[in-house]
Design a protein around this ligand. Structure first.
Ligand code: NAD
Length: 419
């Protein structure tokens, strides 16, 4: 995304928090407290292994509800506005689902594809050393995000513990099981999103239609969502990767596609090149194909004023962060499309990260069943609250979600004296 688009998403979120805060009767001081970051750490740090300085970021947006929490992204487009946008979204997400954590985000401006595994390890270790005085189990708990994973969290944990001279597994989540990771974390975002979707369809069963689903993005989140939903009886009629989309009205065997994707670098178009009854289309075309439910699970800013009118889905489940821009939001509202917002739909990931942190603090580990039951309980409760408020006050689910999230974090900030 370009810088202007990111700035405008950030401004729109700040405006939405301000208008929810005003409606709730919060003072200007409280509203300022929850619309601006508490700490911004932005340093250019030399990484000798790659022979240059790398911009490293941590934005600690707000910790009124608990320690800061948010992932670390390694991407060439990472800049301060993007990190701030993702950090405020984390604040809202933790507040909305009612977990005792604040909002943060981090990053390093690099293209991981240009570097070796050893060089990426050096960047990860440098990030952890640079941020070691700012993060901690009771301060700020990072996690993986785009282009970072359990291995990178392992390097960061190791470097942090060497720097501070003690064991502190709860300083970082998204770790492999062997280092204190939680069962259920890998599919948590998708599973949480499916629980939210099922609850909404329980309230509005007519929206399920023929249960035909299109999913944009077939990475971690999109592929697990596809498999879980297919096993529940939905038909996955369209999927895509960065190189294109495929569509088939009778549906795909998404489990075997995921298996092939995990073992080869073949694109979906290549995989189905010789299959006549599968349409090979672009990612843009995929979004407007016939379906009942559309799930963006790839990138920001995919549903815009340019395509919102043509979307046929009656429900949109935002598993990606910020996939819909403000103009598209207004068009979809006008059309009566039920849009389940990102900070509810994809909150299963941070919820299981929270469980990982709790388990690390207790040094006592839960079964997969315990993790899943607790995830279900949190997602269900949050969805119920959002839906009920939306009905009571004739709000969209996004507006209702904002109101609940802003109310909780705003009250916490104001009780602390920011009033
Ligand atoms: P990923 O890198 O595993 O997968 C991304 C997928 O999107 C890949 O299939 C990729 O090929 C595809 N893609 C890339 N560019 C595309 C394009 N232009 N058009 C269509 N598809 C494209 O990432 P992920 O972890 O699955 O995350 C996906 C989204 O979900 C991101 O917005 C991320 O911020 C959000 N999210 C992820 C988690 C999590 O736990 N992983 C939690 C919350 C939110």
């Amino acid at each position: 995304m370009n810088n202007t688009e990111t700035q405008s998403i950030y401004k729109n979120i700040q405006n939405a928090i301000t208008s929810a805060g005003k409606k709730l009767g919060f003072s200007d001081a409280t509203i300022t407290n929850i619309t601006e970051p508490y700490n911004v750490i932005n340093q250019s740090v030399l990484v000798p292994e790659i022979g240059k300085e790398i911009d490293m970021y941590r934005v600690q947006f707000n910790n009124a509800l608990g320690p800061y929490k948010g992932g670390i992204r390694f991407h060439p487009d990472v800049d301060l506005d993007e990190v701030k946008t993702l950090a405020v979204t984390m604040m809202l997400k933790c507040s909305l689902i009612g977990i005792p954590l604040g909002g943060a985000k981090g990053g390093a401006t690099i293209n991981p594809r240009e570097y070796s595994e050893q060089q990426i390890e050096a960047v990860a270790r440098t990030w952890a050393r640079t941020m070691s005085t700012y993060i901690g189990v009771d301060k700020d708990i990072p996690a993986p995000d785009v282009n970072t994973n359990g291995q990178i969290m392992s390097y960061m944990l190791d470097e942090f513990e060497k720097t501070v001279g003690r064991s502190e597994p709860g300083v970082i989540t998204g770790k492999p099981i062997e280092l204190g990771g939680s069962l259920g974390r890998t599919q948590a975002t998708s599973q949480g999103g499916v629980y939210v979707l099922e609850k909404i369809l329980e309230f509005m069963p007519e929206l399920a239609g023929d249960k035909k689903i299109i999913i944009q993005g077939f990475g971690n989140v999109g592929s697990f969502a596809a498999i879980i939903l297919k096993n529940l009886g939905f038909t996955i009629v369209g999927i895509s990767d960065s190189r294109g989309a495929i569509y088939k009205d009778s549906g795909f065997d998404v489990e075997s596609i995921a298996d092939e994707k995990n073992t080869s670098r073949t694109s979906l178009h290549e995989m189905f090149a010789d299959v006549d009854d599968v349409q090979k289309i672009s990612n843009e075309d995929l979004l407007v194909q016939p379906c009942d439910i559309l799930i963006p699970a790839a990138l920001e800013n995919q549903i815009t004023e340019l395509n919102a009118d043509d979307i046929s889905a009656k429900v949109i489940l935002e598993l990606a962060n910020n996939p819909t821009n403000t103009k598209a939001d207004a068009i979809l509202k006008e059309k009566g499309v039920v849009l389940i917002p990102d900070f509810l739909a994809n909150a299963g990931g941070v919820t299981v990260s929270y469980f990982e942190w709790v388990q690390n603090r207790q040094q006592y580990y839960w079964t997969a069943k315990e993790v899943d039951e607790r995830l279900f309980a949190i997602m269900n409760k949050a969805t119920d609250a959002v839906y009920t408020l939306s009905q009571k006050e004739s709000l969209t689910l996004r507006e209702a979600g904002f109101q609940i999230a802003v109310e909780r974090v705003g009250k916490a900030a104001s009780l602390r004296g920011n009033k």
